[in-house]
Design a protein around this ligand. Structure first.
Ligand SMILES: C[S@@+](CC[C@H](N)C(=O)[O-])C[C@H]1O[C@@H](n2cnc3c(N)ncnc32)[C@H](O)[C@@H]1O
Length: 345
């Protein structure tokens, strides 16, 4: 049995061959042996002659030793699905981290119900939310007169999850800071930063999973521009001195997850300067789980008013859909509303 994976990035480019069959003894030689040895020899001879035993053993060895990418492998998907049983998970967060890694770094089109059912406009969310900021950053960097202007043009990603958007921001800025409340998410960011890719198990159906490879969307040099840390979006006023000032700030699907969104808006003012841009994306979910105090919740009008009070002028609103795959036939389709503000003063 030979497994060949074609993905160059995967260390799993393996060829496992069926072990060479041992030399078989003639029936006459076995009959001449003492009874106990003859019984053993007959049993070994029978086992070695069974192709299914060899195949199963080499397959088991291959699976245990090498991660195999489903779509680049000549093993059928059905068989991988059946064999790659998800181990028991006491920590739900690992599942969530994997889901976000897939959301930020993988092509859901290849992974969901044969692709054709995924709304194409919902793909690539982690990149889309950075597009305007990257364009602004690039032109600011290009316009800089390097002979006399030593300013570092910086971007901030608040609630960065596993870091996909931060790596896209790195293409347009000198420096990117990205933080999240969740330690496992920041650990995943740092892994992607250091190694450029990661293999994770994602759900198929029921309790079966399969491995996919997530690839960082920027070069090593760009990845080195990003600083990841664990932090609290509601404590940016306190942390403003350490964070410094940013030319662009993005906050994707975070606002309606905060217990104190106004404290976060205060923080936006503390970490920006006149002329800075802020991009807030939100599906306005507001759940008791995250924002128990209903008084804290904002709507479109109150967000505009709160931003205005903090000297941010509204610059545009549009829709930004995304699709988060849960398993092969189930996902969350979310249409966030995007709001662009520019700091006056
Ligand atoms: C719905 S996810 C969105 C993640 C990412 N921005 C995206 O668009 O995929 C919300 C993220 O905000 C983070 N988060 C929640 N509360 C936070 C807080 N107080 N400070 C910083 N991050 C927070 C969560 O850990 C999670 O990564």
């Amino acid at each position: 049995m030979i497994y060949v994976c074609k993905d160059d990035a995967a260390p799993a480019l393996l060829t496992t061959t069926r072990p060479t069959a041992p030399r078989r003894l003639s029936p006459a030689r076995i009959d001449a042996m003492p009874p106990k040895r003859a019984r053993e020899a007959r049993r070994t001879d029978k086992d070695d002659a069974s192709p299914s035993t060899c195949t199963r053993a080499s397959r088991r060895h291959a699976r245990a030793t090498f991660p195999i990418l489903r779509d680049t492998c000549n093993v059928t998907n059905a068989r991988l699905t059946r064999n790659a049983r998800r181990p028991p998970r006491p920590d739900e967060r690992e599942e969530t981290v994997n889901m976000y890694l897939e959301f930020h770094y993988a092509n859901t089109m290849d992974l969901f119900a044969k692709g054709s059912f995924v709304p194409a406009d919902a793909l690539g969310f982690a990149e889309r939310v950075t597009q305007k900021a990257v364009a602004l950053g690039k032109s600011r960097v290009e316009d800089r007169d390097t002979r006399c202007d030593t300013r570092v043009i910086r971007a901030l990603d608040i609630g960065c999850a596993v870091g996909g958007s931060a790596f896209h921001l790195a293409k347009g800025f000198d420096e990117v800071v990205a933080f999240d409340f969740s330690r496992p998410f920041i650990d995943a960011c740092k892994h992607m930063q250091k190694y450029g890719s990661m293999e994770v198990n994602v759900p198929d159906e029921g309790d079966s999973v399969h491995p996919i490879r997530c690839e960082r969307p920027c070069s090593d040099a760009e990845a080195r521009k990003v600083r990841f840390h664990v932090g609290d979006a509601c404590e940016m006023v306190r942390d403003a001195e350490i964070l410094g000032k940013f030319y662009c700030v993005i906050m994707a699907n975070l606002l309606c997850r905060l217990p104190h969104p106004r404290a976060c808006l205060d923080g936006l003012k503390a970490v920006t300067s006149p002329g800075s841009h802020v991009f807030i994306f939100t599906p306005w979910s507001w759940l008791d789980e995250y924002t128990p105090d209903a008084e804290e919740r904002l709507d479109l009008e109150s967000l505009h008013n709160e931003m205005k009070e903090r000297r941010f002028e509204w610059a545009g609103t549009w829709e930004e859909p995304c699709f988060i795959r849960e398993h092969t036939r189930k996902g969350q389709y979310i249409v966030s509303q995007a709001h662009w503000y520019r700091r006056a003063d």
